[in-house]
Design a protein around this ligand. Structure first.
Ligand code: HEC
Ligand code: HEC
Ligand code: HEC
Ligand code: HEC
Ligand code: HEC
Length: 381
């Protein structure tokens, strides 16, 4: 019954965009019909949310050059390439768990962490051995709205989506075959102060913003939506929202200066930097001699090192997942931590300012990315 309604609700444009036989919800057994609908189908009504999601890392997760390159590297290193492929694809293109499209051939697979995947997860169990999801692709779209009515699909209120970090932990917490937590974002969050305050991943990474849940002309129950751009380390404003930097003290003792700088994890819900060990924060302190550049620079690095059996520090993402056998030094900033670093800086005669700069570095892809998160200056008076 619902099934028929769903079909009828499809506009001709929508049906055309999806191809023959395409619907918003299919029964799993039907041959040739993908059980997951494309984000394009959802965008016909949820256009604003679709726009934000398109800009997210989730929408790029199966097609980013960083992922594809790293997948090739990982497979090249492995005895059984297909096992490795499956091991990477289930998080980056999770619809393949149901469709079996591990070679990323179907457009919906290449949509990565797509709408219909998240909104048809009915439960998460991190203790399961194959993968943590209870998957229920089909007509029921689960979400945070209690009495939502849609002409296109059924709806169900889901506490998992509304207020549980487990939905996110399913992919952001991962222990590899050697027992090493390659991704520990969820356990870090759990051990910090944020769960007690009811601040889940969604609260920080999907805050409510003005906007309509559906396009004009369709009834919406609310005028605010959860920001589906899920910003993290790849957005400087998000990094800056969580991290602070200030001078604690500066003592001039020519020809040098004793400097104390505080780096603060003010509002990051887990250790900073979060995520994979290919990410690091670097504090650079030095002097500006009028060029605007940081010279005579000293550094401190905040990072969680993962090591292989020979004790080598692993750097590529493929190695982190496949070959990490132990956790090395972890110098990241814990939640609410203020780390005070001391430096003795040589002061050339022409110094103009002492500068502290906090940089974010991401070496996950073929090209490392460096972004300045914050910079503070102590000018000569
Ligand atoms: C024909 C229009 C239309 C299409 C197409 C559509 N939806 Fe909806 N959807 C709605 C309407 C209307 C609501 C109710 C919105 C409200 O109350 O603010 C809704 C609500 C939802 C909700 C909230 C459910 C809840 O109880 O919290 C989710 C999740 C959702 N849709 C997901 C999807 C997904 C995923 C797709 C694509 C597979 C999709 N929708 C396609 C119209 C549509
Ligand atoms: C990573 C999983 C994930 C993906 C991918 C995702 N959503 Fe959501 N969505 C959520 C969560 C979680 C919420 C509720 C957040 C909350 O209540 O704090 C939500 C809320 C919603 C709602 C209810 C209105 C609102 O904004 O609260 C709609 C409708 C919706 N999503 C549609 C979509 C559509 C359409 C797409 C794809 C263009 C999509 N979602 C992609 C997890 C996801
Ligand atoms: C099905 C797996 C999956 C689920 C579920 C999932 N994520 Fe992700 N997430 C990923 C992958 C894979 C990436 C990395 C994508 C890339 O950069 O190529 C990612 C990236 C991110 C990033 C980094 C963005 C940036 O700027 O670098 C944030 C933040 C994030 N996810 C938050 C969330 C939150 C919050 C939830 C729960 C509402 C969630 N994720 C659920 C797989 C998932
Ligand atoms: C109190 C707010 C807050 C909470 C709660 C929170 N985060 Fe974050 N998260 C941030 C901030 C701020 C950043 C950017 C700073 C950084 O990357 O360390 C971030 C970064 C990230 C990144 C990107 C890491 C990187 O550097 O590329 C991921 C992935 C992520 N969070 C996932 C999660 C998940 C999953 C949860 C829930 C288990 C969660 N976050 C809970 C604030 C929060
Ligand atoms: C348990 C889920 C999971 C598995 C399994 C997984 N990934 Fe990821 N991957 C993620 C998440 C979550 C992120 C984002 C974490 C962060 O922000 O640091 C990510 C990020 C990445 C990135 C950085 C993406 C970018 O655009 O910067 C690469 C590359 C990557 N993964 C490759 C792989 C490879 C190769 C494999 C298999 C060996 C793999 N992943 C297995 C969840 C997973």
């Amino acid at each position: 019954m619902e099934w028929t309604l769903t079909r009828l609700a499809l506009s001709p444009v929508l049906a055309c965009a999806l191809g023959p036989g395409a619907t918003l919800a299919n029964d799993r057994g039907q041959e040739g019909v993908p059980p997951y609908a494309s984000a394009k189908a959802c965008s016909q009504c949820h256009s604003t949310i679709h726009g934000y999601w398109s800009e997210s890392a989730h929408a790029r997760s199966a097609t980013s050059p960083a992922f594809l390159e790293s997948l090739r590297t990982a497979m090249a290193k492995a005895a059984d390439q297909e096992v490795v492929r499956a091991g990477c694809v289930w998080c980056h293109a999770p619809t393949a768990l149901v469709t079996g499209d591990l070679r990323l051939k179907e457009p919906v697979t290449r949509e990565g962490v797509t709408c219909d995947f998240c909104h048809t997860v009915s439960d998460v169990d991190l203790g399961r051995s194959d993968h943590p999801f209870h998957l229920d692709p089909g007509p029921v779209k689960r979400g945070p709205l209690e009495y939502a009515k849609s002409p296109a699909h059924e709806t169900a209120y889901s506490p998992l989506h509304r207020a549980s970090a487990l939905l996110c932990a399913s992919c952001h917490q991962y222990t590899n075959a050697h027992g090493v937590e390659v991704l520990s974002t969820y356990t870090e969050w759990k051990e910090g102060p944020y769960p007690l305050r009811g601040q889940t991943c969604q609260e920080c990474h999907m805050p409510l913003v003005p906007g309509s849940s559906v396009a004009e002309g369709i009834d919406a129950s609310q005028r605010r939506i959860n920001l589906h751009r899920v910003e993290g380390g790849s957005t400087v404003s998000r990094l800056a929202a969580g991290l602070d930097l200030r001078f604690e003290s500066v003592a001039l003792r020519h020809p040098s200066a004793e400097v104390e700088v505080a780096v603060i994890n003010r509002a990051v819900g887990h250790a900073a930097p979060g995520g994979l060990s290919s990410k690091s924060l670097v504090l650079g302190v030095g002097v500006d001699i009028g060029s605007g550049e940081l010279t005579l620079r000293s550094e401190r690095t905040y990072r969680r090192a993962l090591r292989d059996t020979q004790g080598r520090d692993l750097v590529t993402v493929a190695d982190l997942f496949l070959n990490a056998t132990a956790v090395g030094e972890d110098t990241r900033l814990r939640q609410k931590e203020t780390r005070v670093e001391r430096f003795t800086l040589p002061l050339p005669d022409n110094w103009v300012a002492i500068v502290a700069r906090l940089e974010y570095r991401d070496a996950s892809g073929p090209e490392a990315r460096v972004a300045t998160v914050r910079e503070v200056r102590w000018a000569r008076r």
